[in-house]
Design a binder for this molecule. Sequence first.
Ligand SMILES: NC(=O)c1ccc[n+]([C@@H]2O[C@H](COP(=O)([O-])OP(=O)(O)OC[C@H]3O[C@@H](n4cnc5c(N)ncnc54)[C@H](OP(=O)(O)O)[C@@H]3O)[C@@H](O)[C@H]2O)c1
Length: 292
Amino acid sequence: MNYLASPLGSKKKFLILGCGFSGSFFAKTIRKFGCIALTSSRTENNDPNSFVFNSESNVIPDEKIFDGVTHILSCIPPDKNGNDPVLGSLKNKLKSLSLEWVGYLSTTGVYGNTQGNWVSEIDQPKPFQKRSHKRLNCEKEWIDSGLPVQIFRLPGIYGPGRSTFEAIKTQKIRIISKKNQVFSRIHVADITNAIIHLLQNKNDLKFYQIINIADDEPCSQIEVIQYCYNLLGLKMPKPISFEDAKKELSPIAQSFWMENRRVSNKLLCEELGYKLIYKNYKIGLKNCFLNS
Ligand SMILES: NC(=O)c1ccc[n+]([C@@H]2O[C@H](COP(=O)([O-])OP(=O)(O)OC[C@H]3O[C@@H](n4cnc5c(N)ncnc54)[C@H](OP(=O)(O)O)[C@@H]3O)[C@@H](O)[C@H]2O)c1
């Protein structure tokens, strides 16, 4: 990535709404380009670049936060009624700004179960879980808002501080085998860098409103867990079959095993020319191992 050639720079002001795992990585990186990045959280903290936004308690940001904002990235999930918290509280405010770009982090859950087949942006979403219906509803709200929005559909996000290593260390790991079951994943750094790639080349690339950001190699959970145990130099305990494990899983944990899909990144990586930093879980987890 050529930092000097970047059209991003000191004149750009980003609001990152929902500064959790992905949002904070994005904010930290975009500041290296000389951009201003202010971030929201639901409670006060000591970070001078942070402000409070909490749709649940109707706490909305002070007017001056929006001065000169050019870019918005929303990393906030749907509220319990399936509406978008940002649009519910701030739509009119956002529409009054001269925004160049709005990014929305969504999920590949909207595609539903493809029985292990590949799925891409041109496939009709067929949400299966209630939460995925809510998510698709939020995507529609963003599209209908008339804002210059780009939606990023993400599979399981991992990175330093949030990966299988933490689950092993805290003994929360469940080693479950289910025949032919795969999951797609993405390293948090690739979410940030893919978005920056698209912003840097905004005027040269065709604008797509919906883009998957996923790595090249969907695979089983067991492969990932085995790889982590190998890196740690530990023996992986014996897997339990999904049928046996099922009764002890929470409804939310069970629901993840009800869907089986391979998420295609061809639009992003072939058509739009993004080069993944972490093409597969092995390279990505090595990064987590070295940085945790
Ligand atoms: N984690 C995954 O594997 C995964 C996979 C696919 C898609 N996604 C989606 O991608 C997005 C980013 O994921 P992430 O894991 O980086 O998120 P995260 O760490 O869970 O952060 C979510 C952020 O949203 C804020 N938030 C939640 N409800 C809010 C509300 N009602 N009003 C204002 N702020 C609110 C949280 O505030 P606080 O900082 O105060 O908690 C937090 O900063 C989310 O929409 C997530 O659902 C996640």
